[in-house]
Design a protein around this ligand. Sequence first.
Ligand code: PRX
Length: 636
Amino acid sequence: MTSYADFYRQSIDQPDAFWSEQAKLIEWHKPFDRVCNYDNPPFVQWFEGGQTNLCHNAVDRHLADRAGQAALIAISSETGSERTYTFQDLHGEVQRMAASLKALGVAKGDRVLIYMPMIAEAAFAMLACARIGAIHCVVFGGFASGSLASRIEDAAPKVIVSADAGSRGGKALAYKPLLDEAIRLSSHKPDAVLLVDRGLASMEWVAGRDHLWNELRETHADAHVPCEWLDSTAISYTIYTSGTTGKPKGVQRDTGGYTVALAASMKHIFDGRAGETFFSTSDIGWVVGHSYIVYGPLIAGMATIMYEGLPTQGMDKQPHGGIWWELVEKYRVTVMFSAPTAVRVLKRQDPALLTKYDLSSLRALFLAGEPLDEPTARWISEGLNVPIIDNYWQTESGWPILTIANGVEKKPSKFGSPGIPMYGYNVKLLHESTGEELTVPGEKGVVVIEGPTPPGFMQTIWKDDKRFVDTYWKSVPSKLVYSTFDWGIRDADGYYFILGRTDDVINVAGHRLGTREIEESISGHPQVAEVAVVGVADALKGQVAMAFAVLKDSSLAQDSAAALKLEGEIMKLVDGDLGAVARPARVRFVTALPKTRSGKLLRRAIQAVCEGRDAGDLTTMDDPAALQQIKDKVAV
Ligand code: PRX
């Protein structure tokens, strides 16, 4: 067996040899001429000249060996439905969806925005786009009209695929009115909207624009839509993520590199094998859902579980608190993927729920998206008796940057550390201001990646190469390196520890949110003059958003009933604009915000005060009383 150290070294020192070996894990219609083109840094082209198709590798490829095996298992504890699609069934459904999209005018290179709950049709739509070479842009179903509108504006989709409603805790959440409002707000209008009617909410129909999947599916029942062979470098999808500005970034990915990266990660990191079942509890709206609900497991020939519902018992008594473990037992899940927040939620329940089911099929539980605290890791690892594997990555990377590659060599994990750099990632720690490389163990620096970034990594920001270079590659003086915007330290054994973001991105229950976006939404309230939003440590959610607002009429804040009413109004405004995921935990009213003399908001100082820490060097602060006010408000 190769040692991981050798495997890793080859990936960095001989990337062409390394990745051409990995490229054999997928099927190519036409072989590539060049493995890695890094002639124009930081832009990388992987497998130039090659042609392949994501959908072919996820679905069609498996028809020869496993047509009758489970591919997609769609379960909703909300509606009580449970259905298994074999690879053969999936092949049929994806072609029906592809034919419907084509009938609505979608051609290669067109964008299709997908705004859907966790139902099988969402996966059909993603795979159908990949099949015909359309670029999908999946927007998280928990986002509301404002977020959706800015994404429609940027992606300019020809067609939007959506549904009447999602459901949470037994309550239907209508999607259609939010979508109609978002289309109204956007200057770009799609030609058509394709809607799945689940019978959960009535839909106001826009004649000529809206089409029903339930009907088109019948029309195209026998559709035969072959895979479009795409250049390896052709765009497969974009996914929006938050950054420092209020404008979300469309992270853009290729076709061939991404397919190879996922196939390789399924083998070397997740150790998932064809014919087994993979269960990721994420959502298709996030990068984990793209890579490890839809594409990764299917490429590996595994069945993947798509679960709509809560992890614990809801108000309506649905589902029961052991639902995840029941699914593991029932479908013989071998690899599971979740987030620390979800485990912290489970921890509040009866521990007997973990021992009630036969979990002997499970080999590992992967957790990602936020720091994994030691008590949570210990609790779940003792409860399940399987390795808990922390993995650190980003929407931008598409697959793990730091973890343990158990498929290559079973190296020990360390509590509090997601692990060591994965093959293909030349990870370094740099000094925040000088940009010098830190080599002494235990020194704190910014986690960066030296180019060329590996296959599967973002190609650029959709329609904005300049923003891609300026945002990610210019943060360190005189060096072209990709900044993750995370603080980290490395120990003497080469294990990394992630200490949080260097920018204004916060992580609420594993959901990545930009504080600027929340601030912009709150500023839309007529009474608000100015606002600062910071992420504050929370025992359950990792972080929560806290807002501090200056009112136009400061007397309102003195009246506690009026202040409470305003706080409610502001929360409602954020719910309607961005979605409840972005709602601040509290909105406090102050008469001034702490700023530097040049007018820059001191978010880090506000955050420190909220967490009861020392606010650091405040010599540049303009008005110390403003920070004191925040201290007083937080103390209440
Ligand atoms: O700050 C890091 C944190 O989440 C950010 C990326 O979030 P997102 O783009 O939503 O991608 C999630 C993909 C799993 C990172 O910049 N983060 C992610 N994983 C970890 C983490 N922080 C600590 N430990 C992790 N394992």
